[in-house]
Ligand binder design. Structure first.
Ligand SMILES: [Zn+2]
Length: 255
């Protein structure tokens, strides 16, 4: 049974981890604490190398890693100064193992759940379709919650990709946010979206729910524990009421 949840800040992102922790604490039977950036709180000497080894090098190749010295230096700098512009995708399972090894042994038990909110994009390999899939979270110890994953992992409405392609053909670069918001039917979250904090709450709760019950996600669309593959389903699950399906409302709803 989880008796303490420790959530780690992601200062380079829009996520307000204090607000997420408050929301969580009112719903679960555990103490919820907030600490600074995971990668500052728990830094081991081999982390740069482990991040380098976890780099996804091709969307269709399950082998990861580039441990050339230049890459390791890049990872050292990225640990020192968070830089979200890198556009690097990491194997979420390898990163999770590296962060687990960085936890102090006394805090590695399953009564204390660590939730590392990160400014890195993480993915998992799909054996069924032979490619990497970006993720909003990777459940386990520590749980990883990826802020870029919130924007990038679920598929956006089809017209978004069409508009992006059209704009690239016309001007050679990415369309500005206003263009996308005005031209695209359907809803989606984009980088630094003001709804980021609210949308992440359910993903942090999923981490708790998994450790507490062994159940990964809820099958019912619209529930905060639902694993949405499309932005419109994500918005429906995380930002529109009711927050939970009837089963999970019994556990987590406030009224
Ligand atoms: Zn549910």
């Amino acid at each position: 049974m989880v008796d303490t949840v420790v959530c780690y800040r992601a200062p380079s992102t829009e996520a307000d981890v204090e607000a997420i922790a408050d929301w969580l604490e009112s719903r679960v039977d555990a103490a919820v604490a907030v600490r600074d950036r995971f990668l500052d709180e728990h830094r081991t000497d081999d982390l740069p190398e482990r991040f380098a080894a976890a780099r996804v090098t091709s969307p269709y190749d399950s082998d990861t890693g580039n441990t050339m010295l230049g890459t390791i230096r890049y990872e050292e700098r990225a640990l020192e100064n968070p830089d979200r512009e890198g556009g690097v995708l990491y194997d979420g399972v390898q990163v999770q193992r590296a962060l687990n090894a960085a936890l102090p042994p006394a805090e590695r038990d399953l009564e204390t759940l660590h939730v590392a909110v990160l400014d890195r994009a993480v993915g998992t390999w799909g054996d069924h379709d032979g490619r990497w899939h970006k993720r909003v979270n990777v459940l386990g110890q520590p749980a990883i919650v990826s802020v870029p994953g919130l924007y990038e992992a679920p598929a956006k409405p089809e017209t978004y990709y069409k508009e992006k392609q059209r704009h690239a053909l016309l001007s050679g670069d990415a369309p500005p946010r206003e263009v996308l918001e005005n031209q695209v039917d359907g809803e989606f979250l984009i980088e630094d979206d003001p709804r980021t904090t609210d949308a992440l709450k359910g993903y942090v709760l999923q981490a708790y729910h998994y450790l507490e019950t062994g159940e990964a996600f809820c099958e019912r669309a619209g529930c905060r524990l639902f694993n949405a593959h499309y932005h419109e389903d994500l918005i429906d699950a995380q930002l529109r009421g009711p927050a939970f399906c009837p089963t999970h409302a019994e556990r987590y709803a406030l009224e």
